[in-house]
Design a protein around this ligand. Structure first.
Ligand code: RIB
Length: 311
């Protein structure tokens, strides 16, 4: 039991994932035969909310679905996990988000395309509706599968209330992010591609990594968690960097590994952990998730993490 544990607010997308596992990812113009098919609950926002909830966080999800079977199933599933869906709106005009995912069954890597649908209709007014709960939170966690204006608006609102803002800038934006967003972010969790777009620095060497991290600090972000895929992550706080290595496992599907990491990190932080121990917990949860297929169903429960990584 954690005293005074405050809610984690996840603001973002939800999708239904149509997944084909194939012997290799198709090249442009190519058809690859012989895959198996799965339909799963996904979306970076919903995946991160599910991770936060399954790992013990008191979780609120702010998003939008369509008034269709996928949307209704999404609300039902998130609610069944104990996630507060009072601020998960239903669009009267847009369909629920859908993602098409190919997973390479040998490397466990994927390629994803998303039809955003109702995720693109999450507006500042939806954030206003949740202001009271945002003000009461330990932190808000966002990604970039919803309109950037809404992400910026939510970051500014959270900061006004003294609430920590965590941004996972995924998928990589098509252009640099607005300064008024970055200056309201406390913790950013980019991978290499995302950091390159945000900073405009091509990252080919460890020195380039450090330059990109310093550039993010210079925009006002005190904590940068630079993810390194299967190698783990670099934690940089006000210029001091240290590696936090991953746990080695045999990966079968890396979909939502990053989402599991982000959700788990926020659970650790909301329980009062320092960033490094929260990252170790996040690496443990992500390591288990890549040994399983799918997105939200691959996220372990707290009991599963504790059993696999006893302290
Ligand atoms: O991060 C993985 C997620 O990206 C998938 O669940 C898919 O829906 C896309 O949003």
């Amino acid at each position: 039991m954690i005293p005074n544990k405050k809610p984690i607010i996840v603001i973002g997308s939800s999708n239904t994932d149509m997944v084909i596992r194939c012997s290799r990812l198709p090249r442009p113009g190519e058809t690859v035969l012989g895959g198996s098919f799965m339909m799963n609950h996904g979306g970076k926002g919903a995946n991160q909310a599910v991770a936060a909830a399954k790992l013990g966080g008191d979780t609120v999800f702010i998003g939008k679905v369509g008034d269709d079977v996928f949307g209704h199933q999404t609300v039902e599933m998130l609610t069944s996990l104990g996630i507060d869906t009072r601020f998960l709106g239903v669009s009267a005009t847009e369909p629920s988000g859908v993602a098409l995912i190919n997973v390479d069954e040998h490397t466990a890597e994927n390629s994803i395309s998303v039809a955003s649908g109702a995720n693109g209709a999450i507006r500042p007014a939806d954030i206003d509706a949740a202001e009271e709960v945002i003000a009461s939170a330990s932190l808000i966690l966002m990604q970039l599968e919803i309109p950037i204006d809404t992400v910026t608006y939510a970051a500014k609102m959270a900061k006004r209330h003294g609430v920590t803002v965590v941004l996972n800038p995924a998928p990589a934006p098509s252009e640099p992010l607005p300064e008024e967003l970055l200056e309201n972010v406390d913790i950013i969790i980019p991978n290499k591609t995302e950091a390159e777009v945000i900073t405009g620095i091509a990252i080919d060497t460890p020195q380039d990594e450090l330059r990109a991290i310093r550039s993010l600090h210079s925009k006002g972000i005190s904590t940068v968690i630079f993810t390194l895929g299967s190698k783990g992550a670099l934690l940089c706080q006000n210029g001091d960097c240290e590696e936090v290595p991953s746990f080695k496992v045999k990966a079968v599907d890396t979909t939502a590994a990053g989402d599991t990491f982000c959700g788990a990190l926020c659970v650790g932080l909301s329980e009062g952990k320092e960033v490094r121990p929260a990252m170790i917990f996040a690496n443990q949860a992500a390591a288990i998730s890549v040994t399983r297929k799918g997105a939200q169903q691959s996220v372990p429960t707290r009991a599963e993490v504790d059993a696999r990584f006893p302290n």
